[in-house]
Design a protein around this ligand. Structure first.
Ligand code: ZN
Length: 156
């Protein structure tokens, strides 16, 4: 794949995502909050692990019930259709279609190797990324209400 091919693929996937009927449907369905008992059942279904990164979800950690079968198959709002995910993991993942997310993972894995090895591209990306994260953190500190999800938060 060439750089132009990668850019073209990213733009195509972005456009598909914005036009996706599944996305509109997910937005429509996402508002029903689960009860505390339902949330406890969802969390137990993976042994209190995030279904996206596989890491443990600590009791003081923000997490969301991810509605995994929301799309085409008419995934109902039953407990079986939810899996627990860290709020951070879910917020990064949920907006992307699977093809686009796989490409993001591949890019991310390659970039992390470049950063670790200290290649010129890795240093440039690492500097840009850490500056971006610092700006994000300072915006977050200015708006503490934006970081907390309501306890019954549900996402598709
Ligand atoms: Zn996670």
């Amino acid at each position: 794949m060439t750089l132009e091919g990668l850019q073209s693929e990213l733009r195509k996937l972005h456009k598909q995502r914005l036009e996706s009927p599944a996305r509109a449907e997910a937005r429509r369905l996402r508002r029903r909050a689960l009860t505390p008992v339902e949330r406890a059942t969802v969390l137990k279904s993976t042994g209190s692990k995030c279904h996206l990164c596989g890491g443990p979800i600590a009791t003081d950690q923000s997490w969301q019930a991810d509605h995994v079968l929301a799309h085409s198959g008419g995934g109902a709002h039953t407990i079986n259709n939810y899996l627990p995910a860290h709020t951070l993991c879910n917020n990064y993942r949920w907006a992307y279609l699977p093809d686009e997310f796989q490409l993001i993972l591949k890019l991310g894995v390659w970039v992390r190797t470049q950063v670790e090895r200290g290649t010129s591209i890795g240093i440039a990306v690492g500097q840009g990324f850490t500056a971006h994260e610092r700006r994000r953190e300072s915006r977050r500190r200015l708006k503490p209400s934006m970081t907390r999800q309501p306890s019954g938060a549900v996402s598709d």
